[in-house]
Ligand binder design. Structure first.
Ligand code: SAH
Ligand code: DHB
Ligand code: MG
Length: 222
């Protein structure tokens, strides 16, 4: 199986299942025009996040790693009228692009993008009493996943979902000697999960237009 085929199959299903969407297209175009890296979730992955949020009736969502707000829009569209989403982003320029994309999507009232290193802004969310979040999407730097996951649990309730993106990294995750700090960040996270009793977690490998990767999906235990 080749990247060419994974991309073709993604396109085949996208054509049928994901109607063309001027707002999402414009969000990607604006991110591209602003020079942001094209590391957003695929349409299909965005829709998976949307389906998960809808299926648990999520009213409050936390995202760590906004980029241009593409995944943010998929998630925020799953919220009810009075729902809310907070997205944490380190780069002011990314946040600016995201805010414009979110406003264009008509979601400005329910979405807040906060600038700062997530390990600095997460404690403030706790202090301000925003928790618990029903769904937490972890998609920032991979070096700090252990810390983000710990905060995600603290800011959750029993039944909350925690989704951690990019845990396979083209298969590099199995290389214990990897010199890639992202790979080591994922491995530290996986090691921490071995003794983590507060969640029930699984990891799934994925292929598609974005290559070979995967995610961890966890539900917070009662
Ligand atoms: N969720 C987005 C993609 C996020 S890419 C989507 O699918 O559309 C990862 C983002 O995390 C980048 O914008 C990067 O600037 C941000 N980031 C990296 N380190 C961070 C940190 N320490 N705190 C907050 N955001 C961070
Ligand atoms: C990277 C980050 C992501 O969130 C992603 O989905 C793919 C790649 C990266 O930092 O390389
Ligand atoms: Mg990602």
């Amino acid at each position: 199986m080749t990247q060419k085929m994974w991309t073709a199959v993604d396109r085949y299903f996208d054509d049928v299942l994901i109607p063309s969407d001027p707002i999402l297209d414009a969000a990607l175009q604006a991110a591209h025009d602003a020079g942001l890296p094209a590391i957003n979730v695929t349409a299909n992955q965005g829709k998976l996040l949307h389906v998960l949020a809808r299926s648990i009736g999520a009213r409050s969502i936390l995202e760590i790693g906004t980029l241009g707000g593409y995944s943010t829009i998929w998630l925020a569209r799953a919220l009810p009228q009075d729902g809310s989403l907070i997205s944490l982003e380190a780069e002011p320029k990314h946040a600016e692009v995201a805010r414009a994309n979110i406003a264009r999507a008509g979601l400005a009232a329910s979405v807040e993008v906060r600038v700062g290193l997530a390990l600095d802004t997460l404690p403030k969310l706790a202090e301000e009493g925003h928790a618990p979040f029903d769904l937490i999407f972890i998609d920032a730097d991979k070096q700090n996943i252990v810390g983000y996951f710990e905060w995600a649990i603290r800011l959750s309730r029993p039944g909350s979902l925690i989704f951690v993106d990019n845990v396979v990294r083209n298969g590099a995750v199995v290389d214990a000697d990897s010199t890639d700090s992202s790979v080591q960040g994922v491995r530290q996270f996986v090691a921490a999960m071995a003794t983590e009793t507060r969640v029930t977690a699984m990891a799934l490998q994925t292929v598609g237009s974005k290559g070979y990767d995967g995610f961890v999906l966890a539900v917070v235990n009662r």
